[in-house]
Design a binder for this molecule. Structure first.
Ligand code: BTN
Length: 252
């Protein structure tokens, strides 16, 4: 069903389709650790029954309706620079979704929203060798044709456009967008990627309520630092939070 894309040089040139699997990220991690680690390898499935999300959440997706895949990348980054890869991939998915619809934003760290509803989640996992990123696995779950979701805050391309999409065609467009941003990263355009990510950031500069384990407070997102921490300005000053520490108060 899925074919090797003609429009990319690297991403998807080795394409592994499995009809079902527990998690494409876990499967690709196993392959990579066993030496099958060609950069750009894509593992894609129609039925992921134990998908993993951020913060230890599950990623549940209806079989055959969405794009559910992982890409193996060797971004040549130091461990403390690895967030820029997440930024590049988020930008790429945002670029792709913008070709279909307006109102697209990146919600920190790398969810893609359309008009406040989530259309795509990403899980990027890296294998480190000392302080160097040996390889990274970018797992992407993009809602395409699914029309019913457990969460009222999820959406899909079909819900947004009333059109049915061909998954194989959309995969090629998305892989081309990923390759474009990834090659920019490989060329060293780190500052450009960080700037573009921030320009697309959901609720940048707006005052909203946040929650930590201990409190709720109001503040505005000032930026995202190079380590990927969310920098929030409050009356008390500026503070940087990592993913485990904070979430929007109105998040699920
Ligand atoms: C999130 O929003 O919490 C991240 C979701 C990431 C889901 C994708 S689907 C393909 C890949 N394989 C996984 O097990 N997870 C990612």
């Amino acid at each position: 069903m899925y074919k090797i894309p003609a429009s990319t040089l690297l991403i998807g040139k080795n394409l592994v389709f499995v009809p079902d699997c527990h998690s494409t990220n876990s499967l690709l991690m196993d392959l990579a650790q066993r030496g099958s680690n060609r950069e750009g390898t894509v593992v894609i499935t129609d039925n992921q029954y134990s998908g993993r999300g951020q913060r230890g959440n599950l990623w549940v997706t209806e079989p055959g309706m969405n794009l559910t895949f992982s890409v193996l990348l060797k971004p040549n980054l130091k461990a403390d620079q690895q967030f820029v890869l997440a930024q590049a991939i988020a930008l790429a998915v945002a670029d792709y979704v913008k070709t279909k619809i307006t109102g697209v934003k990146i919600k920190w760290p790398n969810d893609i929203l359309v008009n406040d509803k989530k259309i795509c989640g990403m899980l990027i996992e890296s294998s480190l060798s000392g302080s160097i990123v040996q390889f990274s696995i970018a797992g992407i779950g993009l809602n395409i044709n699914q029309t019913w979701f457990q969460s009222a805050r999820a959406t899909s391309l079909k819900l947004l456009t009333n059109k049915e999409f061909d998954l194989a065609i959309e995969l090629h467009h998305l892989l081309a967008a990923i390759e474009k941003q990834y090659l920019r990263l490989r060329e060293g355009a780190i500052a450009d990627i960080q700037r573009a990510y921030e320009q697309n950031l959901y609720r940048l500069g707006e005052r909203h309520e946040f929650k930590t384990k201990h409190e709720r407070f109001k503040g505005a997102i000032k930026s995202v630092d190079a380590q990927g921490r969310l920098v929030i300005t409050t009356e008390a000053g500026e503070h940087a939070f990592d993913l485990k520490e904070i979430r929007f108060a109105d998040a699920d």
